[in-house]
Design a protein around this ligand. Structure first.
Ligand code: G
Ligand code: G
Ligand code: NA
Ligand code: MN
Length: 252
């Protein structure tokens, strides 16, 4: 059986699980929420997302999988908000989902079904998804943001697009790609890229999430330059539900 064929049955067989990686507010050290990250326990074992998400994209299976992810993440956020009322959930969108003309409708329906207020949801898109047709992207983002959800640009700094789009798009958060953090503070260039993104975000009134935060040095630098949120192994790797709840109990 090919990976694509196995993937086709994976949703119905309940082989997917979401892991959750905490996001921390640097100002007060509190957990503000999590990013949902998809895991596939296939019958041949765990398949990493880097291997199956491209196949899911090519086959169109990312649409049903993506819907499952969105609903699952929103329902989990609803549960966690009973105990942590400010809890936010970040969900990755794939290019195919972003191209759906009914995406805003779908997101609205899922929020309703999960009984989750829109402001508790952050949709993470990548630079590649927004550069093809800026006018169309502005429309899509407007209708999503009209619902009340937040929009972040994931892997920021790795795309090839012009910075001018940043002033035109309705956005909330830039997520600094983890590849830059890995070279901080050893590489001056990467350190300067991180500081430039922080300055850029401030001038555009955007929040910043630094990804791949692994060391105390990272935290100090980001704190000194008023980064908004951090995410990375320094705080926690992505965790299954029970472990995430354990993490929250010890943290808050
Ligand atoms: O969790 P991990 O670092 O292994 O994820 C690898 C890649 O898979 C990342 O680029 C991440 O954005 C992507 N990914 C993880 N979960 C999802 C998901 O639910 N939907 C989409 N489209 N991509 C995801
Ligand atoms: O592309 P995206 O930003 O969605 O990818 C998120 C992925 O990055 C997660 O699946 C997670 O496994 C990985 N990740 C998160 N924090 C760290 C970190 O501190 N170091 C490394 N190496 N990977 C991380
Ligand atoms: Na992401
Ligand atoms: Mn990223």
């Amino acid at each position: 059986m090919s990976l694509a064929e196995m993937l086709r049955e994976a949703v119905d067989n309940g082989e997917f699980e979401l892991y959750y990686q905490p996001k921390i507010n640097l100002k007060d050290g509190m957990v503000v929420g999590a990013e949902a990250l998809l895991r596939w326990h296939s019958r041949d074992g765990m398949v990493p997302p880097d291997r199956f998400i491209p196949i899911a994209e090519q086959t169109g299976l990312i649409l049903p999988i993506g819907e499952w992810v969105l609903l699952q993440a929103c329902e989990q956020a609803h549960i966690w908000r009973q105990e942590y009322p400010e809890f936010h959930m970040g969900v990755n969108l794939s290019p195919a989902q972003f191209d759906l003309d009914y995406l805003p409708r779908l997101v609205a329906d899922i929020l309703k079904e999960a009984q989750l207020p829109a402001e508790a949801l952050e949709l993470e898109i990548t630079e590649g998804m927004i550069i093809e047709d800026i006018d169309n992207t502005v429309q899509i983002l407007r209708s999503l943001r009209d619902l009340g959800v937040e929009i972040s640009i994931d892997d920021f700094g790795t795309g090839y697009s012009s910075l001018s789009y940043l002033t035109r798009l309705p956005l909330d958060i830039l997520k600094i790609d983890r590849s830059f953090m890995f070279e901080v503070p050893d590489s001056r260039d990467s350190t300067n890229v991180v500081l430039s993104i922080l300055a850029l975000a401030r001038s555009l009134n955007l929040k910043v999430t630094a990804e791949g935060v692994e060391t105390e040095d990272h935290v100090t630098l980001l704190h000194d330059h008023r980064c908004t949120y951090i995410q990375g192994y320094f705080c926690s790797r992505p965790l299954p539900v029970a472990e995430f709840e354990e993490f929250m109990r010890h943290r808050q």
